[in-house]
Design a protein around this ligand. Structure first.
Ligand code: PMP
Length: 360
């Protein structure tokens, strides 16, 4: 089979070694004679899988003991609702940093939670979200927390440094760059991420939350309550066992590769290769301001929708798939998550150079 390079924004490429291990273990997990899909979530076999996955994630991200780790369902989207319900409880106010589509989706969902007041303390709308708004402590209103989307999957921007807000915790949506670059967990009250980009298969959402925030959260229906989910160690009902198992294998793979710092190094190298090419090309450009650029999601355009279409077709013919930009912004987007190999970036650039020669 020809090598296919998958640039999809999510569900996205997984490490080949992990998929091979899944394949080897699929019919009989640890000689149990059962697939990991068939064992009880209350069995010791699964309890070990979950424990190891959590332990390895703690190692990878240096998660201190005062933070709980949850493996949930409902995607990052459910966290747009759960975070306000559980955490916007005193002032009933949330400050949002508006950095584009996913921040807007989080804002819309928070507005639907009864009695919550939402303020956009700053916005990148003026630049059409091609650069990140400045944020500092002076922007902070009288809120329960500030919500930030760390990496903007569609617009291709990312905060490298997390601003500090002295009075209130930051809740961070890290869906598209968790484990891809180093952040300090202690800069956040809570971090959440859908798994299907940098962690594993869809169906799993990782939540990392400071325990005092969990303690203070109100009584809510079980599946919406961090407190009840923490009390039951994420197994209040049947958790997404297969996705947790795969995530655990990805965490092991990441540790074996050298952890988050090594991933960040590789992601910097891969993205620099593509950005340098884009900045020198006479046909393709990056629409994103240099200082705001993401390491994991790189949109690019020719400025001509017809040419974009032709390029995507040429890329597909060369087994470079998943490059079509998000329907909201058009153009192309290369998602270079942890499992995406540098050879795929090199091949993309070769095909872009060929296209450039033909369309100068
Ligand atoms: N936040 C960000 C930054 C995302 O990229 C996505 C998905 N692309 C979401 C939230 C929504 O995630 P989910 O599909 O897991 O609900």
């Amino acid at each position: 089979m020809a090598i296919v390079y998958n640039f999809s924004a999510g569900p996205a490429v997984m490490p080949k070694e992990v998929l091979e291990k899944v394949q080897r273990e699929l019919l009989s997990y640890k000689n149990s004679g059962m697939s990991v899909m068939e064992i009880s979530h209350r069995s010791s076999l699964f309890a070990d899988i979950q424990k190891n996955a959590e332990g390895n994630l703690r190692k990878l991200m240096n998660i201190p003991d005062e933070y709980d780790v949850l493996f949930l369902q409902g995607g990052a989207t459910l966290q747009f609702t759960m975070a306000p319900m559980n955490l916007a409880i005193n002032k009933k106010k949330i400050d949002f940093v508006d950095t584009g589509h996913w921040a807007q989706r989080a804002i819309e969902e928070a507005r639907l939670v009864d009695g919550i007041e939402v303020t956009q303390i700053t916005s990148g709308a003026d630049s059409k979200y091609t650069s990140l708004p400045e944020i500092d402590d002076s922007l902070q209103e009288d809120a329960d927390y500030v919500h930030i989307t760390l990496n903007n999957t569609i617009e291709g921007t990312a905060f490298k440094i997390v601003p500090t807000f002295k009075e209130v915790p930051i809740i961070g949506d890290m869906s598209s760059n968790i484990l891809g670059q180093r952040y300090n967990v202690t800069d956040f009250g809570m971090i959440y991420a859908g798994a299907q980009k940098n962690i594993g298969p869809a169906g799993l959402t990782v939540v990392i939350i400071r325990h005092d925030l969990v303690e203070k959260s109100p009584d809510l229906p079980a599946m919406l309550s961090y407190k009840k989910l923490v009390a039951k160690n994420s197994t209040l009902n049947t958790p997404p066992v297969f996705a947790i198992y795969c995530a655990g294998l990805v965490f092991e793979w990441l540790l074996a590769q050298g952890g988050v710092d090594e991933m960040e190094k590789r992601n910097r190298k891969k993205s620099k290769l593509l950005y340098d090419y884009l900045d020198s090309s006479s046909v393709f450009q990056s629409p994103v301001a240099i200082e705001s650029r993401s390491l994991t999601n790189i949109p690019f355009v020719t400025g001509n929708a017809e040419l974009d279409k032709q390029f995507i077709a040429l890329a597909n013919d060369n087994n470079l798939v998943g490059l079509k930009g998000h329907r909201l912004v058009g153009g192309m987007r290369a998602s270079l998550y942890n499992a995406f190999p540098i050879e795929g970036v090199e091949k993309l650039i070769t095909v872009m150079e060929k296209f450039e020669l033909e369309h100068k």
